[in-house]
Design a protein around this ligand. Sequence first.
Ligand code: AMP
Ligand code: MN
Ligand code: MN
Ligand code: MN
Length: 282
Amino acid sequence: MLRIDPHTHSTHSDGTDTPSGLMQAAAESGLNVVGLTDHDTTAGWEEAAAHVNATGVSLLRGLELSCRWENTSVHLLSYLHDPHHRELVATCERTIDTRKTRARKMVEKLSNDYPITWQEVSAYAPPDGPVGRPHIADALVATGAFPNRNACFEHVLHPAGPYYVHHWAPDPVDATRLIRAAGGVPIIAHPRARFRTKSPLPLAVIEAMIEAGLAGIECDHRDHTAADSDAMKQLARAYNLIVTGSSDYHGTGKPNRLGENLTHTREFTRIVEQGKLEVLHP
Ligand code: AMP
Ligand code: MN
Ligand code: MN
Ligand code: MN
């Protein structure tokens, strides 16, 4: 039985481990396979791939595409797609670009009440990468106003709060088709993680994504209750979809620990069979 954790982040998005640090941490956690799925970028793949042999950990290359349905943020994991697929690259670039405009607007609003600047926030974000609320949180924590990222999300960074601004992101149904067109395996991330959105994603939207080629559902995730996880497994079974579980590790940016949720080898094999690229083994 392999230990497979298919959803993690590095410093190329909002994680705090470099890709090589992540591979090292994966080895120390006894993982056999780790999935690197930074938000809207594959920039960390190369460095992670260079550490497969030294760490003995297999690398599942992926990304977590930001999508938006009405005012609800939807995260769509893509595995083993062509990283040069034009339209997918263009979509990620557009999202990264509008993330920057959006973060600037949020910082402008926040700076009326907290002593933070855009310069400070951008120093925490990956250069030319996706800037997100976690990087704004890092600047807020540095002022001493909040103890950690989570406290910022519970207060000033909450979507229902006065400082929140949306960014452009693709429709999840279009994005599902796009990932398939790029040879990727689209798996919806933590669909029941309600607290991070204004409203839960309606079942009808997930069903439209399934119609468009959705390959699987991330069921076991710390932001799901046991009932959420069971409901999503039932849905996956009904449509013969892949079932995954993951830590969604962000280094020190979140309490999530590597390997706290895993994906069964049988389900991992289904991802591998459907992807354009291969998993990199030691
Ligand atoms: P954004 O993409 O800018 O809207 O920010 C969302 C990101 O913030 C997600 O990818 C999460 O990793 C992160 N996030 C959400 N809630 C929390 C939290 N309570 N503590 C730390 N990070 C969080
Ligand atoms: Mn994140
Ligand atoms: Mn996510
Ligand atoms: Mn994630």
